[in-house]
Design a protein around this ligand. Structure first.
Ligand SMILES: NC(=O)c1ccc[n+]([C@@H]2O[C@H](COP(=O)([O-])OP(=O)(O)OC[C@H]3O[C@@H](n4cnc5c(N)ncnc54)[C@H](O)[C@@H]3O)[C@@H](O)[C@H]2O)c1
Length: 333
């Protein structure tokens, strides 16, 4: 059944892929995107005309309760992705994370309650678990905020679950592990590696090479959201979205070099290291719940799937119009 869907953060990396997929499936899509003086809609600027013509873009801030209340009227589903997401920037400006990630989520919940929204999906993150205390990490793993970013995401998740328990608000907390693919920002490891190599650097700057992550291709992550539409069993649940395999940054770098048929040197960039106690060493998901409740079947799994996802990502970066949006010499947290 076709739904009226509001996607917050739809101009961002994951959100833009989700917008395209929802429009392609025939849903009526509104997108909340921050106002800026450049008249930019983020990655939505690059959409094909048939997608662009079929979205309503609402310029505004998730912190503006009046706007959110008005724009969530006559909405069936909210996919809430708007957030500040950089971990290093959360060391520098924690209050802005409290405002956007906690207060912004409160606004979505409260407005949804008033407007009888049929499903609110809050986007969590595997960072809420901190370094794995056991693997694979299931949804019962303790939460351990190792950064202000993680702390605000934990708070937002709990707020969502409290609205389900207190007011019966139909909420699902979807918890993606590290997502990668076209349009990801340069601060993340995979785009940082690809970008520097494609731009001809023989020596590239990176942070910790030894931490490992459950890298999930963006198409698979998006499919997790789609599977939630009309799925009653997921209401009130927290659901991990990860492939079940992890790779270190060094292993990831080696795979990228294999695809690009190159050898490069790595220079440790201290700016990219997290403080010791803030470093999350390993994230690896148990995805049985997503498989069971959502019938979610990630396509890009194990080394073969990761390799395929990396190949698609590299191909996208190689296209000039995409590469020109990145600056390999600049590290913005
Ligand atoms: N990228 C990952 O690996 C990953 C993994 C797990 C969870 N997540 C979560 O997924 C969501 C999307 O992340 P992403 O990787 O696409 O990041 P992104 O930075 O590309 O997207 C975030 C979007 O939120 C918007 N936004 C930020 N502040 C806002 C505000 N005050 N009002 C309205 N919009 C605002 C940004 O403009 C951007 O479009 C986030 O909630 C993030 O925590 C991401």
């Amino acid at each position: 059944m076709k739904k009226n869907i509001l996607i917050t953060g739809g101009g961002g990396f994951i959100g833009s892929h989700l917008v395209e997929r929802c429009v392609t499936l025939g849903h009526k899509v509104k997108v909340l995107s921050p106002y800026n003086i450049d008249s930019s809609w983020g990655w939505m600027d690059t959409f094909d005309k048939n997608i662009k013509d079929n979205i309503e873009v609402i310029l505004g801030d998730v912190n503006d309760f009046n706007l959110i209340k008005k724009k969530t009227k006559k909405t069936d589903v909210i996919f809430h992705l708007a957030a500040l997401i950089s971990i290093p920037y959360s060391y520098q400006s924690p209050k802005s994370y409290i405002d956007t990630n906690i207060n912004g989520t409160y606004n979505i919940l409260e407005a949804s309650k008033e407007n009888d929204v049929e499903l609110v999906v809050n986007t969590s993150t595997s960072e809420v678990y901190g370094s794995a205390q056991y693997i694979p990490i299931d949804e019962n793993h303790p939460m351990n905020a190792q950064s202000p970013y993680a702390a605000t995401k934990i708070a937002a998740d709990h707020l969502c679950l409290s609205y389900y328990r207190s007011f019966n608000l139909p909420v699902t907390v979807l918890r993606p592990f590290n997502t990668f693919g076209p349009r990801q920002s340069q601060r993340a490891a995979i785009p940082a590696i690809i970008n520097q190599i494609i731009n001809g650097k023989k020596k590239i700057k990176l942070g910790n090479l030894h931490s490992s992550r459950d890298f999930t291709y963006v198409e698979d992550t998006v499919e997790g959201y789609i599977k939630l539409i009309g799925n009653k069993k997921s209401i009130g649940e927290v659901i991990n979205l990860g492939t079940g395999t992890s790779f270190t940054i060094k292993e990831t770098l080696d795979l990228i070099c294999r695809i690009l048929k190159t050898k490069i040197e790595v220079e440790l960039d201290k700016k990219r290291l997290r403080p010791k106690k803030s470093e999350v060493n390993q994230l690896l998901s148990n995805n049985l719940k997503a498989k069971k409740i959502l019938s979610w079947k990630p396509k890009f799994t194990k080394e073969k799937g990761f390799y395929e996802g990396l190949k698609k990502t590299i191909q996208w970066f190689k296209e000039n119009k995409n590469l020109s949006k990145y600056n390999p010499d600049q590290y913005n947290v």
